[in-house]
Design a protein around this ligand. Structure first.
Ligand code: NAP
Length: 296
């Protein structure tokens, strides 16, 4: 890659950003397509976000991703927000057109593409159980609902947070029956029997942590289990799901697909097939090696 006077700039704004796999994904795709573009990490503290965003616009960056803790705080700093990002209440991708900043959320489309790719699952008319009520759950509820899901139930450890999520997105998503449920119902096989898909949007599974009492035997035989967690690549939930004979997948497909969608927003082009996924898997391999080295 050669940086010259015409190189277009993209990047990720977060705090911290050092763990992000996005620079690897995007720079690999720019390189493979021979685009004169580069993707950089921008560590911006919460109190500096307005200056940071104004600075990026003034510098003429083509666009940037937004990650924790800025996905919600950035909304009032943008000129336009897509209806999906508005329904989710969070932005993860910004496009800069001559100073006009438009906010998108590609997490939802990332999830839908992953579900299609992994399971051939299409939400129209289906019932989905979501575990968790954080930012990832918000994007999942909106995407599944806008794709025609009949019913989405949010089960969260902190019940009130699940109820708040449903109350805040329901006015934007009238076509789907949206409900919240207490976490304790997850041990009830009869409750789980009503769902075609279970999605873990919580951080449970990271580093090998596991849910306690989850009655996966209750899920119908055609159901699938999607775990947004991708480190480890085989999560305890996936092991449990395999144990009851259901198809399972980790969050890599979603991570890659949300990145591919952002890439297309900035470049108008599809990234080369498999390129971003290879870069992520190589990055995760390197991160794992780092952890092993540090623990020795
Ligand atoms: P977040 O806003 O902080 O929400 C965290 C969620 O996890 C909350 O619902 C929280 O419940 C729940 N939780 C945390 N610890 C728990 C435990 N021990 N038992 C039960 N529930 C627990 O985080 P987020 O942004 O939504 O991200 C959540 C996960 O999704 C992370 O692992 C992230 O890496 C992953 N993710 C993956 C992708 C992808 O592309 N694959 C994209 C986005 C996010 P309470 O409300 O009760 O605290």
């Amino acid at each position: 890659m050669t940086v010259d006077g015409r190189t277009a700039l993209t990047g990720i704004v977060g705090y911290p950003v050092s763990h992000s796999l996005s620079p690897l994904m995007h720079n690999a795709a720019f390189g493979e397509l021979g685009l004169n573009m580069v993707y950089l990490p921008f560590s911006v503290a919460p109190e500096a976000l307005p200056q940071g965003v104004a600075g990026l616009a003034a510098l003429g960056v083509r666009g940037f991703n937004v990650t924790i803790p800025h996905k919600v705080a950035i909304l009032p700093l943008l000129h336009e927000i897509t209806p999906e990002a508005r329904a989710i209440g969070a932005v993860n991708t910004v496009l800069n057109r001559d100073g006009l900043l438009t906010g998108y959320n590609t997490d939802g489309i990332g999830l839908l593409r992953a579900l299609e790719g992994e399971f051939g699952f299409y939400p129209a008319g289906r019932s989905v159980l979501l575990l968790g009520a954080g930012g990832a759950a918000r994007s999942a509820v909106a995407a599944l609902s806008l794709a025609g899901a009949a019913r989405v139930v949010v089960a969260n450890r902190t019940k009130e947070r699940g109820e708040e999520l449903v109350a805040s997105v329901a006015p934007h998503l009238p076509g789907t029956l949206l409900q919240s449920a207490p976490f304790t119902l997850l041990s009830d096989a009869g409750f789980l029997s009503g769902f075609d898909l279970l999605v873990n949007t919580t951080s449970v599974g990271m580093g090998g942590s596991a849910f306690g009492d989850l009655a996966l035997t209750g899920l119908p035989p055609h159901a699938a289990i999607y775990d947004m967690v991708y480190a480890p690549l085989e999560t305890p939930l996936m092991e449990q799901g395999r144990g009851v004979g259901l198809p399972v997948a980790n969050g890599i497909g979603m991570l890659v697909a949300q990145g591919e969608a952002a890439f297309t927003i900035w470049t108008g082009q599809q990234p080369p097939a498999g390129c971003m996924k290879r870069a992520v898997l190589e990055g995760i391999g390197a991160a794992t090696l780092d952890i092993v080295r540090q623990s020795k």
